[in-house]
Design a protein around this ligand. Structure first.
Ligand code: FAD
Length: 284
């Protein structure tokens, strides 16, 4: 299928993009387009309808990276391939490169952006879960100026974010992990290159106060497992992961945050992927 008839606009600056959004109406009337890797398929399938597309892919400011104090600002327009190739810094000890390299296949990674992935807010997408585990913070620009919002509150539902009409996601602020930080990012896909059926993201960095086990593709939004994360903060060791106490907490967390019956295939897959991620992180 082909996308419905629409008017294409190309913004060269953030100011132009915002002016176009105000003029053509973001939301139902107009949509920003970054890499087009999610928007175009959605339009072709008539799952998204809009009269105007505002292409923000050429805005240089959205591809910037810079240090802001101890955090790295990564522009929303940075592509998955730029991260995979090391063309931007990875402040997370190789975690970002690992995640980027596992997204779809190279032609999608060449165009798809971090900001597009976060704004699209697909529960099975990689960056929302991966960056949630890193305690990343979204930087958002609207008519009233810029604001920051932890990713924990950014994705509010299935393909739904806290972005207000006309707001642009400028990028994310990422902590620099310590050299002693440990992480693991595990995906289970039925076929190579497709969206994940289950994602387990674990980041442990006591020096930075980070201890997160996050499950992706299991609920409408990335699910931080509270009891498992607390165990990581308390100094869980690899030998504990197969024990009944840890398994009980893991099962309770998944049961509380997902719709799956404990006896179901999905529950088992999600439990396995998180267990695998925790075990791998703790072995590092
Ligand atoms: C075949 C295929 C397989 C894929 N597999 C995976 C996968 O395994 N894992 C995965 O994570 N992703 C996967 N994707 C999605 C891909 O990663 C997309 O690139 C990404 O989800 C969206 O990025 P984009 O830059 O293309 O955004 P676009 O498609 O241009 O935009 C997506 C949405 O975000 C909004 N948007 C974009 N940028 C901004 C911004 N800066 N501010 C505000 N709103 C914005 C747009 O208005 C639109 O609603 C796949 C895509 C395809 C086509």
């Amino acid at each position: 299928m082909k996308a419905p008839k629409l008017t294409y606009h190309r913004a060269g600056t953030l100011e132009q993009a915002q002016a176009l959004a105000a003029q053509e109406g973001a939301g139902a009337g107009g949509k920003f387009m970054a890499g087009g890797q999610s928007l175009m398929p959605m339009m072709n399938l008539r799952l998204v309808n809009c009269d105007h597309v505002i292409d923000i892919g050429g805005i240089a400011a959205l591809r910037e990276t810079r240090w802001v104090g101890e955090r790295l600002f990564l522009g929303a327009g940075v592509t998955h391939a730029m991260v995979e190739d090391g063309r931007v810094e990875d402040p997370a000890q190789g975690y970002l490169r690992h995640v980027a390299a596992g997204i779809a296949y190279r032609s999608v990674r060449n165009r798809g952006t971090i900001g597009g992935s976060l704004a699209h807010a697909d529960p099975a997408a990689d960056w929302p879960t991966a960056l949630r585990a890193l305690d990343a913070v979204a930087v958002i620009r609207g008519a009233g100026g810029e604001r920051e919002m932890p990713l924990a509150g950014f994705q509010i539902g299935l393909m739904e974010t806290a972005l207000a009409e006309g707001e642009i996601l400028l990028g994310v602020l990422l902590p620099q992990l310590s050299v002693t930080a440990r992480w693991s990012y595990q995906k289970f896909c039925h076929k190579v290159g497709e969206f994940a059926h289950a994602i387990g993201a674990v980041v442990i960095d006591p020096a930075k106060g980070i201890a997160n086990a996050v499950l992706g593709a299991a609920a409408d939004t990335p699910l931080r497992l509270p009891q498992v994360s607390q165990q990581l903060a308390n100094g869980l060791v690899a030998a504990d992961v197969d024990g009944p106490a840890f398994m009980r907490l893991l099962e309770q967390d998944i049961a509380a945050g997902t719709p799956f019956e404990p006896s179901s295939y999905d529950f088992h897959v999600h439990k396995t992927i998180i267990k695998r991620a925790v075990a791998e992180a703790l072995k590092k």
